[in-house]
Design a protein around this ligand. Sequence first.
Ligand SMILES: [Zn+2]
Length: 161
Amino acid sequence: MVSEQQIWEWLEDVFDPEVPVLTVVDLGVVRDVNIAENEIKITVTPTYSGCPAMGVIEEDIRRKLLSEGLTNLKIETKLSPAWTTDWLSKNGRQKLKEYGIAPPEDEVDKSVLFSAPLVVPCPNCNSRETKMISEFGSTSCKAHYNCLSCKEPFDYFKCLR
Ligand SMILES: [Zn+2]
């Protein structure tokens, strides 16, 4: 009999297709693992409802758990409450930065609400002198920035609400 703990550990091997250093657990998209009598239910919340990566994530979760011998899997998508960047684990934020993507900042979220200009610190040199080059980076979930201090381009993981 498999434990929920074991399933969480297996999920640590499933990576986000967009940011391959982050696991689905780091990303916070796996909301619940529930073992019932004859069914294992995994509840996932997409980073945003239009995210094309989400189908891939569900498929990867299913493939991983099937490879561990689990059958009777049910993957349920839960849209509410909506995913926010607050669900990114501390570990996940650190990994994003090491990967060269500026992690979402809480104060940035608020500035979006008031339409103030975004200040996104550079993940390379921590300078706050950065400039958004394009609203869409390598994927629609990221914006592309340039650092005015070290001149390095970087991606910003957008706050998706
Ligand atoms: Zn920089």
